[in-house]
Design a protein around this ligand. Structure first.
Ligand code: ZN
Length: 546
């Protein structure tokens, strides 16, 4: 036996509890199922059973058997034993995911730009990137005051498109799982104010997104970054000018950024209304203006202008972003013009897949289905398509040795976010129509991300007994502290290559195509749009899900 892999945080008492046990080569396929037992902290046996029959897992190439100890529901601290070998420690408790939710949400505070950041434990940086200006490609010139935002990923850029899905995912978690998030204490400068910590953290990024809207016409500039990535230095040491970058020609703003802001600001208007009505009004006005611009300019695509080499987030088709903005504005206002735009653009075939920064149609469908005044026939079609997509993932989750819902070709750049976003889809399916199997599969993806994988690693920094250590993340590399900044999700296995380290890895089954190396940005970078669905999953895991 080579490895016992399980969720390093543990399990809630009523949930399914499984571990993956990796057996030695092909011989593991022939033997009788082995016995396992679960022991408590004193070494006393609390549960015993037999592994399932071992099978070859195509994603990892491992021979894997499953230990199912769902029947053990007594809260406590445990280890799993097979043939005298023990797993790492794990807990069974109702609040077992609460620290993880706080840690992963606080990682956004760590990504704050334009202010002092101090997460405790030495994880801090001074005010950064205050030297802002309009780039010639924006159609404007002159200096610009910094207005916050989150550093996007391992770099210090800020991108409206990627901020769009990240912020929306977090706001959706707020709307779906209020009981898990309302009381969340983040210890941020805004704590104790009228706005709950969770929303206050999100507002830091929203304010920056709003600042990229051109007041004169409602369009939104695509991004604010330096011309090229800086070295592996702390953010305050990066003195390159932070430019507002546009498309380089009329109308300078991009459809993707503008429609994304319209959608996010429309959600914000709903979420902030009970706490700060004036801010909600401001968000709604910005959303309406952005939507009008995007409807009038539906095909202004973004490509990096000459001499700009930071992230592009260039989309080939922004129809799904506009569809999403229309649906969010309809859900917020109930107004006919937005519903009409949504229904007119709604495709006959609802291609339902997990959402990503360039593919927002699922968000458009789901938010329409959640709207109070949704047409019941359209809603039923969306629920059906979502159930079908969930059913496929439930099946894959049952077939995978480690319980995740990924297909072999899903192990590409950012595959861990695909697992998290599949989790979001599964939880949405359950939210639209009760589906306990979808909840189990969503949680299985969470288990995969924090330990139940062929590396036996938690892909979230400082979480679990064996978290990864070397994210491609400038502050983690440059701060002089050995352990990385807390709460960050690795991009995860990527069979497609993409950087010098990944390209040199020997070819192995796709889940194995990962190493813990900070140079490997296609394997081990972190990003706000990867952490956001993880927070969503954890918010769900901290809720009743009844
Ligand atoms: Zn900064």
């Amino acid at each position: 036996m080579r490895l016992i892999a399980l969720d390093q945080l543990g399990f809630r008492p009523g949930h399914v509890k499984r571990a993956a046990v990796v057996l030695e080569g092909a011989s593991g396929l022939d033997g009788q199922p082995l016995a396992f037992r679960v022991v408590d902290a004193a070494g006393t046996k609390r549960h015993e059973g037999r592994l399932t029959k071992a099978a070859l897992d195509a994603a990892s190439g491992d021979v894997v058997a499953c230990a199912d100890f769902s029947a053990l529901a007594a809260p406590g601290n445990y280890r799993l034993e097979v043939c005298g070998r023990q797993s790492g420690p794990f807990a069974i408790a109702e609040d077992v995911y609460a620290p993880a939710l706080r840690l992963t949400m606080r990682s956004f505070s760590g990504q704050r730009c334009g202010c002092n950041v101090d997460l405790g434990g030495g994880y801090r940086h001074a005010t950064c990137h205050m030297d802002g200006a309009f780039h010639a490609s924006s159609g404007r010139s002159g200096k610009l005051a910094n207005s916050g935002g989150w550093h996007d990923a391992g770099d210090y850029g800020r991108y409206v498109v990627n901020s769009g899905i990240s912020t929306a995912t977090l706001l959706w978690a707020w709307e779906l799982y209020p009981e898990a998030l309302r009381g969340l204490k983040l210890d941020i400068p805004e704590s104790g104010g009228a706005v709950p910590d969770y929303l206050a953290e999100i507002r830091w990024n929203l304010n920056w997104m709003l600042s990229l809207q051109d007041e004169s016409d409602g369009g939104v500039w695509h991004k604010q970054t330096s011309e090229a990535f800086c070295g592996f230095i702390m953010p305050e040491k990066d003195t390159l000018t932070s430019y507002v970058i546009g498309t380089g020609s009329e109308p300078y703003k991009s459809t993707g950024a503008t429609a994304d802001l319209a959608a996010v600001a429309a959600i914000s208007a709903r979420c902030f209304r009970p706490f700060d009505a004036a801010y909600a009004d401001r968000c709604l006005a910005a959303a309406r203006k952005a939507w009008t611009w995007a409807m009038a300019n539906p095909r202004v695509l973004f490509r990096n202008p000459a001499h700009i080499t930071t992230g592009g987030y260039g989309d080939r088709n922004c129809a799904d972003e506009i569809l999403w903005a229309s649906a969010e504005l309809f859900r917020t206002t109930g107004e006919r013009q937005y519903e009409q735009a949504f229904l007119e653009a709604l495709p006959d075939d609802l291609a339902m897949d997990e959402a990503s920064w360039g593919s927002l149609a699922p968000f458009a469908y789901w938010t329409y289905a959640l709207a109070e005044k949704a047409n019941p026939f359209v809603r039923a079609g969306i629920v059906e398509a979502t159930n079908e997509a969930a059913a496929l993932r439930i099946l894959r989750s049952r077939e995978n040795g480690y319980g995740n819902s990924l297909r072999l070709h899903d192990y590409r750049w950012g595959s861990n976010s695909a697992a998290a976003n599949d989790g979001l889809l599964l939880l949405l399916a359950h939210h639209l129509e009760p589906n306990p199997a979808a909840v189990d599969a969503a949680l299985a993806n969470l288990h995969y991300l924090v330990g139940c994988n062929c590396h036996g690693v938690s892909w979230v920094t400082q979480l679990g007994h064996r978290p990864f250590q070397r994210p491609h993340h400038r502050p983690s590399a440059a701060d002089g502290i050995d352990a990385p900044w807390p709460g960050l999700l690795s991009g995860g296995p990527n069979a497609g290559g993409g950087d010098a380290v990944a390209n040199k890895l020997p070819k192995r089954p796709p889940m194995k195509m990962w190493v813990d190396d900070e140079r490997a940005y296609s394997l081990n970078e972190i990003a706000i749009n990867w952490n956001a669905p993880l927070v969503f999953l954890l918010a769900g895991a901290n809720s009743k899900l009844g």
